[in-house]
Design a protein around this ligand. Structure first.
Ligand SMILES: *Cc1c(COP(=O)(O)O)cnc(C)c1O
Length: 495
């Protein structure tokens, strides 16, 4: 399989080349250039382990990797760093299923992809005789940064620089990042919001003079954001695995359509579900659930993508995004892989901050439903699920769960529903405890996590134990315009 850029149909690369580059140098994103027809025999697939399913799915996309190499990457990623053998367990709550993607080392779903990305990247470099040092630049809305560092810390031949919005992440998220170990990890608080940081990271990637300056020293950029297909494709795995598990436990019949409700920010998680569908997975609707930043919800309803609006800080910070990077991929597919039209819309976004989809949205995005939940609806839903089912969900999952309830009230869905549960309640204790009625005004971080533990949450996850008395080892702060100098200083060693 080959990958082509959304912005230049002649820019075609192999999987390993796309993984090393991260973003295409023309500013586009790499997408699969073909969709092979594969046979899905659920009688066989239902008994696959997570690792076997990972090989089944990833070998379709990453076909320039040898079987041994790809399996080595998979085995190194999905091991006892996860606190359950099944890696991505399902909980049945009422009539619906919650897919728990928070059993990895940083207790958020980003681990499912970022535990394997460094291994894929190292192999990709070897396969292409690339001996450059790889510098990972990552803007994070809170979870990617920590999960990426957990994957890349002390990986030889790599450095990773993470930018997060100062004041825009939860205190546990911040603590997880600023206590990160590893000589090759760098963490910077940005005086700006996530979009500011992400836009500047994209600018640095596309800065040809900077790229040349680094190349002269044997350094090249890559991305650990979900713009990298090395991160996107591993996320397709859990859609297949979930389906197989539900068939196995006779909750659904092979062939039944299954809906996924996905709390969405950068549109990576939900796009992986769409890629699953393109491979023949029987997905019914993909519900794109937004928080108060309703850019995508509005798009699905009006066909206008408009980022000219206030950026709202919510209790689900990993979804506080106005420019969803991976939406460019979906837009491209919805336009029938038409590069010229895509480039025109992206240029509108760049100059006017908005664009209008040139055809019927309900027709071209028929696989999707846009829904949202505001702050009150999210808190009420966390409370409802806990009161009724004794099941504690984090605010991101709360947005998805509340969106599902709204759609059920409108009879907008048929068949079984899976809520994609993207973070552990331990990661957002303040919001979760408040939602279930605790007064946490005077709680410090220790009291907050203890508060979660008392609600039948078992032992502390490793991620919580690790930060409880870890030392702060990162204290850099930068303006958005200062990011470039900082990157040069870190990478060229004049810091
Ligand atoms: C990153 C993240 C999301 C959003 O996922 P996208 O792939 O960016 O749409 C949702 N919830 C949590 C907890 C996250 O960390």
């Amino acid at each position: 399989m080959q990958f082509k850029s959304t912005r230049n149909a002649d820019n075609i690369v192999t999987a390993s080349q796309a993984i090393i580059q991260g973003l295409a140098t023309d500013g586009g994103l790499y997408v699969p250039s073909t969709w092979p027809e594969i046979e899905l025999d659920w009688d066989v697939l239902k008994d696959y382990s997570y690792q076997e399913m990972a090989y089944f799915v990833m070998s379709i996309f990453f076909d320039d990797f040898s079987e041994a190499d790809l399996k080595a990457c998979i085995d190194a990623a999905y091991d006892e760093k996860f606190d359950t053998d099944v890696i991505a367990p399902l909980a049945k709550v009422g009539d619906d299923y919650y897919l728990e993607l928070f059993h990895g080392p940083t207790i958020a779903f980003k681990d499912l992809a970022l535990q394997i990305l460094p291994h894929l990247m190292k192999k990709s470099a070897e396969m292409n005789n690339n001996t450059n040092e790889i510098a990972i630049l990552t803007a994070t809305s809170g979870d990617t940064g920590k999960a990426a560092m957990a994957g890349f810390a002390d990986v030889p031949g790599t450095k990773i620089i993470v930018f997060y919005p100062q004041g825009g992440v939860s205190s546990i998220q911040e603590k997880q990042m600023v206590t990160q170990k590893g000589d090759n990890t760098f963490v910077v608080a940005i005086e700006g919001n996530f979009d500011d940081a992400q836009t500047e990271v994209k600018n640095l990637f596309n800065d040809e003079a900077l790229r040349a300056q680094l190349a002269a020293e044997g350094i090249q950029f890559s991305s650990a954001n979900s713009m990298n297909i090395g991160r996107l494709i591993p996320q397709v795995v859990y859609y297949f695995y979930t389906y197989a598990q539900l068939v196995k436990f006779e909750e659904i019949q092979a062939g039944d359509a299954l809906n996924f409700v996905v709390p969405t920010g950068n549109f990576g998680d939900i796009l992986a579900g769409y890629y699953g569908k393109r491979l023949g997975l029987p997905v019914g609707k993909l519900v794109c659930a937004s928080n108060d930043n309703t850019v995508l919800y509005d798009f699905f309803n009006t066909g206008v993508y408009d980022k000219n609006r206030p950026f709202k800080l919510t209790i689900s910070p990993s979804m506080d995004i106005l420019v969803s990077s991976n939406f460019e991929r979906m837009l491209f597919h919805a336009l029938g892989d038409d590069t010229d039209q895509l480039v025109a819309l992206m240029s509108d976004l760049n100059t006017k901050g908005s664009y209008t989809f040139p055809a019927s949205v309900s027709e071209h995005f028929a696989d999707y439903i846009g829904e949202y939940a505001d702050e009150d609806e999210t808190k009420t839903e966390i409370n409802r699920v806990f009161s009724n089912y004794d099941y504690l969900i984090d605010p991101h999952t709360g947005v998805a769960s509340a969106s599902l309830q709204k759609l059920k009230d409108k009879n907008a869905l048929e068949g079984a529903n899976v809520v994609v549960s993207t973070a552990s309640p331990y990661k957002f204790p303040q919001a979760v405890l408040t939602a279930v009625g605790e007064d946490v005004t005077d709680y410090d971080d220790d009291a907050l996590v203890a508060g979660i533990k008392q609600f039948n949450q078992g032992e502390y996850p490793n991620a919580i134990n690790e930060i409880r008395d870890a030392e702060v080892s990162h204290n850099r702060v930068s303006t958005v315009t200062g990011m470039k100098d900082l990157v040069v200083n870190i990478l060229l060693g004049d810091a």
